[in-house]
Each structure stands twice: as structure tokens, then as C-alpha cells.
Design a protein around this ligand. Sequence first.
Ligand code: MBD
Ligand code: FE
Length: 285
Amino acid sequence: MATHRFDPKFTDNVINAMGPKTSPRMRQLMTGLIKHVHDFARENELTVDEWMAGVKMLNWAGQMSDDKRNEGQLVCDVIGLESLVDEITFTLADEAKDAPTATAILGPFFRADTPWRENGEDIVKTKPGDGEMAYMHGQVVDFTSKKPLVGATVEVWQASTNGLYEQQDSEQEEFNLRGKFRTDEQGRYGFYCLRPTPYPVPDDGPAGKLLELMDRHPFRPAHIHIIATYSGYRPLTTQIFDRRDTYLDNDSVFAVKDSLVVDFVPRTGDPQAALELEYDVKLVA
Ligand code: MBD
Ligand code: FE
């Protein structure tokens, strides 16, 4: 006789169906996943209709998970999962005064094939009608010794003032607002960019539907994405946030950390930018 599905023994049966060739880690993860998903269904007396609505949402997200949408990741983001996993993976003491640069989530709009650019270059290839230009620059250093890291890679990307990343917007030149830089002999990098502006995550798909059903807004605080790497050091994926932003405390993907909030300041004597941001990146070996 089959075990009654409400009986926790049913869950044990499902878990015990895994064979001996399962890797220990796979066994651990699937055991936890099956337990929690079954408990979720039992505790909430999940109905067939509700479960099917969830399945439909996953299928919908799957259909939109190309480079332009990445909805599977976005669905994870709006329920805080990418931010949680980031925190679990990188347990660096984020809020300590003198700490290595804190991590933040990659997000769905990274492109691996971003072109190299020269220090001092302008990443704003398609100028929006509005927006403020800024010069962002700084040093990549070894956190422990404070020595500059010469030849480190600093990769950045940001959305335009219309709230769209370049791959979401046919009006923007390819790789607009993206660039990969190599630090100079003093470990320095620098480029012109836009002062970032707050932006709604795409809300016309499954993640947006989920936000609407939860009565939540889709906005993210203004941010610039950074990936910094140097041979022998832990690669850093992070985002920096403009202090003036009103969404710092209610980011729709829960990525803000205090130590990643930065101040753009007036820049004098530069016809290309009236603002600047000095930002040092501290890596750990
Ligand atoms: C973004 O631009 C982003 O950076 C993240 C993390 C999630 C959704 C959209
Ligand atoms: Fe982003």
C-alpha cells in the first residue's frame, strides 16, 4: 500500500528513491529541496490550481530566458534568492569599516563579451537626451597590503537614463554603457559614464507579474555594476549605489549593502563631466 501523501514518510520515500551513484552534494541538495517543497505544499494545503499557476510561471520564465531577458534569474532576484546566495557564498564582513570591497549580485544583464576600452574612455556611446556625465576612477588594491594591483581587470555596466541596458534597447549602440579596463602602473582605472538613475526591472514578464501579485514596485536604486579580477585574487562581483537615491532601502532585488553606497561629487575644469566618483576596489587573495 502506498503511503498517504500527507504522511511525512511519503517525503522520505521520495528522498530514498535516489540511487547510490548520486553525488553526496546532489543528495544533500535534493533531500533539502524535496523536504522543503513538500512541507511548503503541506503547510499551505497547496491546491492543484495553485501549483499549476506556479508551473505556468516557471515555463513562462523559461521561454524568456535569453540574453535579453534572463527572466529565470529575475524571478529569483525579486524573491531575494540571488542576494541570499551571494551573502552565503561571500561571507566577508561587509559592514566593517576597513573591509575588502563587499560583493553584490551579478544580475541578469551582464554580457561576457564586453569590449576592452582604454582608461579615460567614455563608455556613453549613445548619448541620452538627459542624464549627467561623471568621471569614475580609482585604484584596485590588495586589501591586506594596500599595494596597487597593476594590470587588474575592471569591468563595468550600467543602464541608460531610459531604464534600459543596451541589449534591451535597439536604439543603443551595441555595448553602450559597458567596458572592460586594465589598471595602469599605479593600479588605476578611469572612465566617463552616466550618473546612474533609478530603474524598474523588466515588469512585463513573469517577474513583473509576481511583483504585481505581491503588491510590490519593480524599482532598483541607481547602480553601476563592477566585476574586478586579478590573478591569484578572489574575483569580485559587485554594484555601487548612488547615495541620493530614494530606493536604497527598498531595492526590488534586495542587493544594497551600506558599504556599497557612494557619493558623486562636483568635478571642476572638465568639459566632459561635471561630476566625479572616486572608487577604490579592495581585493583579497
Ligand atoms: C538589474 O539591473 C540588476 O542589476 C539586478 C541585480 C536584477 C535585475 C535588474
Ligand atoms: Fe543592474
